[in-house]
Structure formats: structure tokens, C-alpha cells
Design a protein around this ligand. Structure first.
Ligand code: UDX
Ligand code: UDX
Length: 458
């Protein structure tokens, strides 16, 4: 088969890897190469143990790898040989200098742009997949078009909206594909090339085009709105606990208003993940930069409530367990930031575990996919933390059990048996409201859900 398009992606992470696998899967006529500076990561993409766990991803990679999907560390060759270059390198929060703790650190992006400039021998379309502050494309275009070889570069913004754990489904049938371009003849031509790629499997009416700044900003705003819904319901969960209202009932009633909708209204210990906090900080920083103090404060409050929610969870534990956690054994069910992923970036579980260690508790972490990451996240505590994959085994001999990730397997445990294996009084803190609280209470647990009255035997 003749190769119709040669596509490169720089950055083989949670976004780059699955996205390119889907393009290769849907478009056998294209040749897709994914490169990364991290040799170990590339080796894992080329192995049977992929660096990213996503339901359905293994099958797609198995079918396409070596056929029209390739993973490599040879970035110069990748740049030279491909005409369409996606960039999905990470854009962490800056830890130094101006904007430290808030602004996006763009050094990897700029380094990548300079690499493209160095190795390109023909015109390229460069596509921002990473989430970036508004106006980054402008800077990139300036760097790229500062060359003296007369090579033309078009920069497009094409943010990725996939969520971890459902990446394959999200990529296969996205709510929308957003493509931002310059409104010049060349910009629109580059845009149409990208539209053509997605049109291989995404209905045309779901492919939105816009100017480049709207596209960059839409990604930040989408994540901010999603996070804001979680902070809104979490704020209300605090009020529910004071008033005997039940947050699940409130969220169901509110979500049935078709203008509001039911999704992203589950009260929890707080949101985690690599995007929400980083993107809101980024948005807040942008607003501050433009002197929009009130707007910045408004979005910052979403993060404040998220921190407050995690603190509340710890305080509830301390208060319930007779004001001391010292030397008590506490089991954490779940460490991933959400179910169906092994990712623990910004997971609320990290904060909770660290706070428990500070209280001199003995922490037992259980998770079906995230124990390797959990170990790395807590290594520097040097504390008495153990890691046990089996949930029932992990709970044995503990004073309390905390549900931190909504893994389905936690719903289907033998709670009678678990209760009998624990210290008494046995406490259950359900940070995700996924268990049958009445049943656990009847067995003997003292149950503390989020945003509902506790069920206690005292
Ligand atoms: C990242 C960002 O977090 C997100 O904001 C953005 O939208 C997409 O990129 P993710 O794929 O989850 O999301 O990040 P990560 O898993 O860290 O992958 C980034 C990859 O880029 C890493 O494998 C890293 O090694 C690679 N990288 C980084 C390069 O290849 N070159 C660099 O210069 C820097
Ligand atoms: C998010 C966006 O959903 C996605 O569109 C974007 O591309 C990247 O950021 P992700 O972080 O992978 O995706 O997961 P998401 O499903 O959004 O969950 C984020 C966090 O919110 C998780 O910790 C989750 O447990 C929490 N959450 C979600 C709640 O606490 N309550 C909810 O109702 C929904």
C-alpha cells in the first residue's frame, strides 16, 4: 500500500501514545511514528508491557505496531522524514522564576520547536497536542519561521480531550475534534489536511474549526469547567454533612435538569490527574497577567475547594477515630487518581497518605494497577507504608479502611469477612461513595461517606 501521509508525534506519553495508535488503527494508509527522549518509555511501547494502561489499547497497538505504527528514539530522523508533526511533550507547572507554581513550563515545547527547526528539510505542519497557554502557537511560529532555509511551517492547535481510563473510547468516538488555525490561506490549507486525517473516522459535523487562540483557550476552559463542577458538588457535600441532606440525592435532583446534566457531579475526596490543577493554575496565571484579578480569584477558588475537600477527609478521620491516628493501621483502597488507570499524578491519595504518615499512622496501600507508582510517590516519606495488592488482605488487622479510588472491584468484596479481620471498632471512610453503606453499617462498620450523615454504632 502506498503511504498517503507520514505522521510523527513527539512525546510518547498518556496523550501521544494512545492518540497515534488510534490514527494508525483507523488509517492504515498513513505511516505513524512516535518518538520520545525517554528510551525506557519507547522500549516499553515496543514491548508487551505498554507504559500506559488503557482498556482496549493493547489490542490496537498489537494490530498496528510494525505495520504502520512505529516507536523510536530517533527524533532527528523522525523530523526529517515526516511532514505532519504532532507535539505532545509535557507542559508541567513551572517550579522556578516568574510564574513559579502557576505558569506552564514551556521549556520542553520550545526545545522541541528548536529540534524541529534544526532537522527539518522540507515544509511541516506542526500541531500542538499538548495543553498550552493561549498564544503559545504564536511563539512557536516565530521560532520555526525564523529559519534561513526558506522552509515554511504552519502551526495548528488541536487539543486532546481524552480522559484516562476511557482513552480508547474517547479517541474512537470523540464528542468533538477541535482544530485551530491561522485564518490565512496557508493556515487554512494546513487545517484542511488535519481535518482530512480525522475525517477517516470522525463525522464531519464533530470536527470544529476555529481560530488558533480560541482553540488553545477552549482546552483550558473545558478542563476548568469540568473541575468546577466537581468542586461545586464537593462544596455542597460539606453543607450536606452539616444539614443531614444527602449529596447523592442532591446531585441526582440537580443533574436531572437538562440544562445542568448529570455528569461530573459525583462528590469525592477531590479531583486529581495531571490536567485539572495544572490547567486551572495556568488559566489563573493568564488572568492575572492580563490584570483580571476577579476572574483569576473565581477560578482559583475551584482549587481551594479541592484542597479543602482533602483536608476535610483527614479531619473527619481524626475526629471519628478518637482524635489520634498514632500507630493505627489504616488501609487505603485505591491510589490511582481515578479508576481504570495506573496513573497517580496529582492523585488525592498521595496527599491523604502523606497526611496519615504525618499523624504517625501505619499506612497500607492497595490498588490493582497503581502500586508501582504509589511506591515511587511515597518513597521519600521513609515511613512505615506497606503495599498489598489484594484488597481484603490489605485490610486485615487495620483500624480503618478508606476508599480513595472508585475501582469497581471494591464494590464486590466480602465485607463480612473483612470486618472480622479488622481491629474494632472498625471504621470505613468512603471517599468515593461507592460502597453499600447500610450493609457495611449492619455488618458492624462505623461508616463515614462523603456528604451524607455518618452511620455509627456509638
Ligand atoms: C502531556 C501534558 O501533561 C499535557 O498537558 C499535554 O496536554 C499533553 O502532554 P501526557 O501525555 O499525559 O500529557 O504527559 P506524559 O505522559 O508526561 O508524556 C510526555 C512525554 O513527552 C514523555 O514521555 C516525555 O519523555 C516526552 N518528552 C518530554 C519528549 O519526548 N521531549 C521533551 O523535550 C520532553
Ligand atoms: C480530564 C478531562 O476529563 C479530559 O477531557 C482532559 O483531556 C484531561 O483531563 P482525566 O484527568 O483523565 O481527564 O480524568 P477525569 O475523568 O476528568 O477525572 C479527573 C478527576 O476528577 C479524577 O480524579 C476523578 O476521580 C475526579 N472526578 C470526576 C470526581 O471527583 N467526580 C466526578 O464526578 C468526576
Amino acid at each position: 500500500m502506498t503511504v498517503e501521509k507520514r505522521i510523527l508525534c513527539i512525546g510518547a506519553g498518556y496523550v501521544g501514545g494512545p492518540t497515534m495508535a488510534m490514527i494508525a488503527h483507523k488509517c492504515p494508509q498513513y505511516r505513524v511514528t512516535v518518538v520520545d527522549i525517554n528510551g525506557e518509555r519507547i522500549a516499553r511501547w515496543n514491548s508487551d508491557r505498554l507504559p500506559v494502561f488503557e482498556p482496549g489499547l493493547d489490542e490496537i497497538v498489537r494490530d498496528t505496531r510494525g505495520r504502520n505504527l512505529f516507536f523510536s528514539t530517533d527524533i532527528p530522523k523522525g523530523i526529517a522524514e515526516n511532514d505532519i508533526i504532532f507535539v505532545s511533550v509535557n507542559t508541567p507547572t513551572k517550579t522556578f522564576g516568574v510564574g513559579a507554581g502557576m505558569a506552564a513550563d514551556l521549556r520542553y515545547w520550545e526545545m522541541t520547536a528548536r529540534e524541529i527547526l534544526k532537522y527539518a528539510k522540507s515544509p511541516k505542519i506542526v500541531i500542538e497536542k499538548s495543553t498550552l497557554p493561549v498564544k503559545t502557537a504564536l511563539a512557536m511560529e516565530r521560532i520555526l519561521n525564523s529559519n534561513h532555509h526558506g522552509i515554511a511551517f504552519d502551526v495548528l492547535s488541536n487539543p486532546e480531550f481524552l480522559a484516562e481510563g476511557s482513552a480508547v473510547r474517547d479517541l474512537e468516538s470523540p464528542d468533538r475534534i477541535l482544530i485551530g488555525s491561522e485564518q490565512t490561506e496557508e493556515g487554512l490549507r494546513a487545517r484542511d489536511t488535519l481535518v482530512e486525517i480525522y475525517a477517516n473516522w470522525v463525522p464531519r459535523e464533530k470536527i470544529l474549526t476555529s481560530n488558533i487562540w480560541s482553540s488553545e483557550l477552549s482546552k483550558l476552559v473545558s478542563n476548568a469547567f469540568l473541575a468546577q463542577r466537581i468542586s461545586s458538588i464537593n462544596a455542597i457535600s460539606a453543607l450536606c454533612e452539616k444539614t443531614d441532606a444527602d449529596v447523592t440525592e442532591v446531585s441526582r435532583a440537580v443533574g436531572m435538569d437538562s440544562r445542568i446534566g448529570p455528569k461530573f457531579l459525583n462528590a469525592s475526596i477531590g479531583f486529581g490527574g495531571s490536567c485539572f490543577k495544572k490547567d486551572i493554575l495556568n488559566l489563573v496565571y493568564l488572568c492575572q497577567h492580563y490584570g483580571l484579578t476577579e476572574v483569576a480569584d473565581y477560578w482559583n477558588a475551584v482549587l481551594r475547594i479541592n484542597d479543602y475537600q482533602k483536608d476535610r477527609f483527614i479531619l473527619t478521620m481524626i475526629n471519628a477515630m478518637f482524635h489520634t491516628l498514632s500507630d493505627k493501621k489504616i488501609c487505603l483502597w485505591g491510589f490511582a487518581f481515578k479508576a481504570d488507570t495506573g496513573d497517580t499524578r496529582e492523585s488525592p491519595a498521595i496527599y491523604i497518605a502523606r497526611r496519615l504518615v504525618e499523624e504517625n499512622a501505619r499506612v497500607v496501600v492497595s490498588d490493582p494497577r497503581a502500586l508501582e507508582n504509589a511506591r515511587a510517590d511515597l518513597r521519600d516519606t521513609g515511613a512505615d507504608v506497606s503495599y498489598v495488592e489484594d484488597p481484603a488482605e490489605a485490610a486485615r488487622g487495620c483500624h480503618a479502611l478508606c476508599v480513595l479510588t472508585e475501582w469497581d472491584l471494591y464494590r464486590h468484596q466480602d465485607f463480612e469477612k473483612i470486618y472480622h479481620s479488622m481491629e474494632k471498632p472498625a471504621f470505613l471512610f468512603d471517599g468515593r461513595n461507592i460502597l453499600d453503606h447500610e450493609m457495611c453499617f449492619d455488618i458492624g462498620f462505623n461508616v463515614y461517606p462523603i456528604g451524607k450523615p455518618p452511620l455509627t454504632h456509638f
